[in-house]
Write a protein that binds this ligand. Structure first.
Ligand SMILES: CCCCCCC/C=C/C(=O)SCCNC(=O)CCNC(=O)[C@H](O)C(C)(C)COP(=O)(O)OP(=O)(O)OC[C@H]1O[C@@H](n2cnc3c(N)ncnc32)[C@H](O)[C@@H]1OP(=O)(O)O
Length: 525
């Protein structure tokens, strides 16, 4: 799990724990053994810590449930051992240095990073905080302001920004490990006293109160209903005290999170999101046995809210899209809406004007279906009317090549009945997008009784490609998402009958953490 390699006076500890080099208990134990061995070997003058393929993506999240995250040696122990090492320790970072991996990196005396590496503290999104000294060392490395930005937000940053902030000492284009070994040799024997992060002062302390208040305000807006960001902020503020006292504050803030229901729920969601795209069918076919067909180009029928949203989701992923309407007036309206949304993204600086132009260059439009003779996929997104959908599918079946997938965006209609209008029911599937389709992550891929495994595999692959979390569901009224939503909607309606105002119901749901309350969602569709 951790290879120990010696190179001309340098000990290289290379973590090899696929898929993401999480710091499971065995890994921690082997890192500690490697540090001990290197410390005792008189021939070794410096140590490099790296990861095979990628650096370290953090603690092993499964251990927060099992409890073994707190078994000796913990990540706290490792960070202390690394920082107090008498021989220089250099982190060689490629890929991800996240969470506990980032904490290990900032406990090293130097950091050499590949230009494409990524840094972050995503703990907040799984309901905890960087509890291995991250809330204490990070402000000492980058200053209070940057720490209050990056720890409560969980945002990843690239190597260039990490260098600007002082996280990284050198950014390299070539092999970070080779560069780090070379660098480690060059600094062997140099004093380490000013390289120990925990011994540094925190920059920006004079503005502590205003920085804290701004961070709290932002966290309450951006991570509504979540308790972890506030505990992160409190722990970071503890860094203004001497290091040991700050560590105690980190531990007590961390304790409240490690025993919270939110931690359990967010970590359940972390694994559920990764499990959802893995599908299997009663016939035995599964994501392991059946390969999907890549979608090279697509058409969307209907330029309303759903159709334009779906087209945008595909355009964002670089898939050329033809947006189709029966009437030029509706088509123009849809295209204007789509352009307006992209212009909004440019003005909010989410994308540049050049990126916007490149995206829009992949958009074609058509009135009628005649031009759809060379598309891999058509997604129909007209309003929920069975007769209309069947008529469209019959026509698409006549015009599109026999291998073209014909998928329908429906939230409730019977996929088998729609498929019966075609001679290719094996290629028909329901794609239930959620409003706004360019943004919402969930995609229900609804399997009809004759939908083939290849079609399911292709829809799942397509979903992942356009940045969704695709889930295969059965063909029944309301599928899964709307069956759940119906209960939620009924309860919201009962509250209105009992005298609440819709805006009050929305406010409670939003304070709980939902981006939009139930009545605002209904207004959208
Ligand atoms: C008293 C002691 C106190 C100790 C305090 C400890 C403080 C430290 C806390 C932490 O470090 S918490 C963890 C922080 N890190 C993260 O949250 C990173 C999570 N992972 C990711 O964001 C992504 O996986 C990635 C690294 C960006 C890679 O993304 P990619 O899309 O390439 O892969 P995934 O599909 O997400 O993951 C592949 C595979 O790996 C599993 N996995 C990922 N990260 C972890 C992890 N940290 N622990 C355990 N397992 C992890 C993931 O579930 C996937 O599994 P499979 O679905 O393939 O089975």
């Amino acid at each position: 799990m951790v290879d120990y390699i010696t190179r001309d006076g340098v000990a290289l500890l290379q973590v090899n724990n696929p898929p993401v080099n999480a710091l499971s208990h065995n890994v921690r134990a082997e890192i500690k053994n490697g540090l001990d061995e290197a410390g005792q070997d008189k021939q070794i003058k410096a140590i490099v810590i790296s990861g095979k393929r990628s650096f370290i993506a953090g603690a092993d999240i499964t251990e927060f449930k099992s409890g073994s995250y707190s078994e000796w040696p913990t990540i706290i122990d490792l960070c202390d051992l690394i920082e107090s090492s008498g021989k220089p320790v250099v982190a060689a970072i490629k890929g991800f240095a996240l969470g506990g991996g980032h904490e290990i990196a900032i406990s090293c005396h130097y950091r050499i990073a590949h230009e494409k590496s990524k840094f972050g503290f995503p703990e907040v999104d799984i309901g905890i905080l960087p509890a291995a000294g991250g809330t204490q060392r990070f402000p000492r490395l980058v200053g209070l302001e940057a720490a209050l930005d990056l720890i409560p937000s969980g945002r990843h940053i690239g190597a260039a920004q990490a260098f600007k902030l002082g996280i990284v000492d050198k950014v390299v284009r070539g092999d970070a490990v080779e560069e780090a070994v070379k660098f480690a040799k060059s600094i062997a024997g140099e004093p380490l006293v000013d390289r120990r992060t925990s011994q540094r002062p925190v920059m920006g302390a004079e503005n502590a109160v205003s920085l804290r208040d701004a961070a709290v305000k932002l966290a309450m807006k951006k991570k509504k209903g979540m308790i972890a960001p506030i505990h992160c902020i409190k722990a970071v503020m503890g860094s203004l005290l001497p290091f040991e006292q700050g560590m105690e504050i980190e531990a007590s803030e961390g304790f409240m999170l490690f025993t919270s229901g939110q931690m359990g729920a967010l970590q359940y969601a972390f694994f559920a999101q990764r499990a959802a795209p893995k599908w299997s069918l009663p016939c035995g076919a599964s994501f392991k046995t059946v390969k999907g067909r890549p979608i090279r180009n697509a058409a969307v029928i209907g330029a309303g809210t759903m159709g334009t949203g779906i087209a945008m989701a595909m355009l964002n992923a670089g898939i050329p899209v033809t947006l189709v309407e029966q009437d030029r007036k509706f088509l123009d309206k849809g295209v204007s809406l789509l352009k307006l949304l992209y212009a909004g993204s440019v003005s909010l600086r989410k994308i540049t004007q050049d990126q916007c132009d490149a995206i829009l260059s992949k958009l074609n439009t058509a009135v009628g279906y005649k031009s759809l003779t060379n598309v891999d996929l058509v997604i129909e997104a007209v309003y929920e009317n069975m007769a209309l959908k069947k008529q469209i599918f019959a026509e698409l079946d006549r015009i599109c090549p026999p291998e073209t997938f014909l998928w329908t965006n429906t939230s409730a209609l019977d996929i088998d009945e729609i498929a019966s209008a075609t001679r290719r029911p094996d290629k028909v599937l329901g794609t239930h997008f959620f409003v706004p389709a360019y943004h919402m992550k969930l995609l229900e891929n609804v399997r009809g009784k004759l939908t083939s495994a290849e079609t399911v595999a292709s829809a799942q692959m397509f979903g992942t490609r356009i940045g969704k979390i695709p889930v295969v569901v059965g063909n029944c009224h309301g599928f899964v998402g709307n069956r759940m939503l119906h209960k939620y909607a009924h309860e919201s309606d009962f509250l209105i009958e009992e005298g609440c105002w819709p805006e009050d119901v929305d406010m409670v749901a939003e304070n709980f953490g939902l981006p939009l309350g139930p009545f605002k969602v209904r207004d959208l569709s």
